[in-house]
Design a protein around this ligand. Structure first.
Ligand SMILES: NC(=O)c1ccc[n+]([C@@H]2O[C@H](COP(=O)([O-])OP(=O)(O)OC[C@H]3O[C@@H](n4cnc5c(N)ncnc54)[C@H](O)[C@@H]3O)[C@@H](O)[C@H]2O)c1
Ligand SMILES: O=C(O)CC[C@@H](O)C(=O)O
Length: 534
């Protein structure tokens, strides 16, 4: 049973995927204090939050069995991603579920700002009939600067075109071609400052975007400009905005998000020319259902199949690519496990060579699987594909990856090499559709081996009787042989023998085999074989 805790208000309908699954037990606790969360979190496998719960390093450190932190929404700035990654916890979000809601809120804020709707409403509901104070401006033929042309910025631009605004878009990833297709003009931040009548920001809050719109930038903007922030508090410097509005340089602002929520800057929340909403961008029934559904379904997937779609702290790999590389996920891990157990030395260098067109796709997950298996053998730390690269870095280990579209004997082939000083070991694997995964080379020997849980790896001289001698010693220890794979360099030369056996081998039996003449080495190997492959 996997235990899931939901600590912010989330759509019940959207949680159906979890409720419907008998392996998941879902608890909603939306009023926990930070200390209560730290105290409770140790009992849960997954945590679902919106933007309110602060998933701090302390929370993560106390989370002994947590595997997934899911953000039902886009921004993950309330989650300490570094701490989660160090602990091997996957952080996922629901990136597209609230795009339309945030887009429409931005437009609503822009129109409200242009026509002073909140101020006029407040005036009328407090008994006044005041028309002259609330004369607004039109959007028609005004210039809108969109900073951040991702999902929401793009949708805002499309809708603003419906108001016949001229759109200037700024985003490091915006190409001339895409701008042209959207019917907007690709611009720099300075061009936006110079020309825009309205500026709306749609970037994440990062070290680079914090204070992107600061006092110096506001000074460059057109007098009478209006600003909208429905992205993240802090992208527009709050005090600089208040000052610029109070000085009359900025005509007004519409703000949904704040550096601290609830907001602390009363200059912002008590200003007749600044309209505010309490982080409502994503608050529509539709958006809340979609984000809850997205994270629920993904949690079920992660725990039942291991497939991850929207991880923040894993390389992003599309569902199509994941499907294509799936047969290699376990196989590459098994190959690395086998290599470590026969090499028996901590790797100083790791080289991965991918051959075949399949591996021109993103192989980040396969690389992580292999490195995880290599490092897990010696390191005590709990290593998984989320934290493996950090562990590698912490041990100053280097790795290299090469890709070659040409095949090497097999349509697709992975070769892994590890070295320690002058010694090195290599192993190769491929996947044969209809037959399954195969280890096809070890240290230059060719073979055709199906990975199994218990193996015996033997290095010996190719002499008659070797197989029989090993077999009878195993028989004496009541160890049944499942299958046998052999490889030799030349007749009578160095050879290897790999036996699959039904159970672990006692050390006494290993030592007995080691005493056989012409036999150099015997290693008992255990591979991780998922249950459905057993
Ligand atoms: N108010 C709300 O309730 C609400 C709801 C949803 C999303 N959001 C926020 O809206 C923002 C945008 O969300 P999205 O889904 O469009 O994200 P997105 O990732 O699709 O788009 C973000 C864009 O910002 C661009 N960007 C990054 N750094 C930049 C920089 N320095 N200058 C210019 N552009 C830069 C990126 O290239 C990307 O195209 C996020 O901060 C998100 O958290 C708020
Ligand atoms: O959960 C919310 O209401 C806010 C969501 C929004 O800020 C986001 O980044 O997705």
């Amino acid at each position: 049973m996997f235990k899931v805790i939901v600590t912010d208000p989330i759509s019940e309908t959207g949680l159906q995927a979890l409720h419907a699954h008998q392996e998941f037990d879902v608890e909603q606790r939306t009023n926990l204090t930070p200390d209560e969360l730290i105290d409770k979190i140790k009992d849960y496998d997954a945590l679902i939050v919106r933007s309110q719960t602060q998933v701090t390093r302390e929370v993560i450190q106390a989370a002994d069995r947590l595997k997934v932190i899911a953000r039902a929404g886009v921004g993950v700035d309330n989650i300490n991603i570094d701490a989660a990654t160090e602990k091997g916890i996957i952080v996922i979000n629901a990136p597209a579920g609230n795009t339309i809601a945030a887009t429409e809120h931005t437009l609503a804020m822009m129109l409200s700002l242009a026509r002073n709707i909140p101020q006029a409403y407040g005036s009328l509901t407090s008994g006044r009939w005041d028309r002259k104070h609330f004369k607004g401006v039109e959007l028609y033929q005004k210039t809108l600067g969109v900073v951040g042309m991702g999902r929401i910025g793009t949708e805002v631009a499309k809708r603003a075109k419906g108001f016949q605004m001229n759109i200037l878009g700024y985003d490091p990833f915006l190409t001339e071609d895409r701008a042209k297709k959207l019917g907007i003009i690709k611009a720099s931040l300075d061009e936006i400052a110079e020309k825009a009548d309205f500026i709306t920001v749609h970037t994440p809050l990062t070290a680079e975007t914090r204070g992107l719109i600061d006092a110096a930038y506001l000074a460059k903007t057109k007098k009478g400009v209006r600003l909208v922030n429905c992205a993240r508090g802090g992208i527009i410097d709050e005090q600089a905005l208040v000052d610029a509005v109070n000085s009359g340089h900025v005509a007004g602002a519409a703000i949904d998000v704040f550096e601290h929520e609830p907001p602390e800057n009363t200059g912002l929340t008590n200003n007749p020319n600044i309209i505010v909403t309490p982080h409502l961008g994503a608050s529509t029934e539709e958006a809340q259902e979609k984000v809850a559904q997205s994270v629920s379904e993904e949690i079920v997937e992660i725990f039942t199949t291991g497939a991850v779609q929207h991880a923040i702290n894993l390389p992003h790999i599309s569902a199509t690519v994941q499907q294509k590389i799936k047969p290699y996920l376990v196989l590459s891990e098994q190959m690395a496990e086998l290599l470590m157990q026969i090499f028996q030395k901590a790797p100083e260098k790791i080289k991965i060579n991918y051959f075949g067109e399949l591996f021109l796709e993103d192989t980040g997950l396969l690389t992580r699987q292999m490195i995880k298996a290599l490092l897990s053998y010696y390191l005590d730390t709990a290593i998984n594909i989320v934290n493996v690269m950090q562990v590698l870095k912490a041990h100053s280990l280097s790795y290299s990856v090469q890709k070659n579209a040409a095949h090497k004997g097999f349509t697709n082939f992975i070769e892994l090499e590890i070295s320690h000083g002058d010694e090195k070991a290599t192993i190769g694997c491929t996947y044969l559709p209809g037959f399954g995964g195969r280890i096809v080379s070890i240290n230059g020997y060719r073979l055709d081996m199906e990975p199994e849980e218990y193996l015996l790896y033997i290095r010996h001289v190719d002499v008659p009787g070797m197989i029989g001698n090993v077999g009878s010693l195993l028989g004496k220890s009541h160890i049944n042989i499942g299958s046998m794979y052999v490889g030799r360099q030349a007749i009578g030369g160095e050879a290897i023998m790999i036996l699959t056996v039904d159970k672990p081998m006692p050390e006494t039996a290993r030592k007995e085999i080691l005493e056989l003449p012409d036999l150099h080495d015997v290693q008992f190997v255990k591979l991780n074989v998922p249950e459905d492959e057993n």
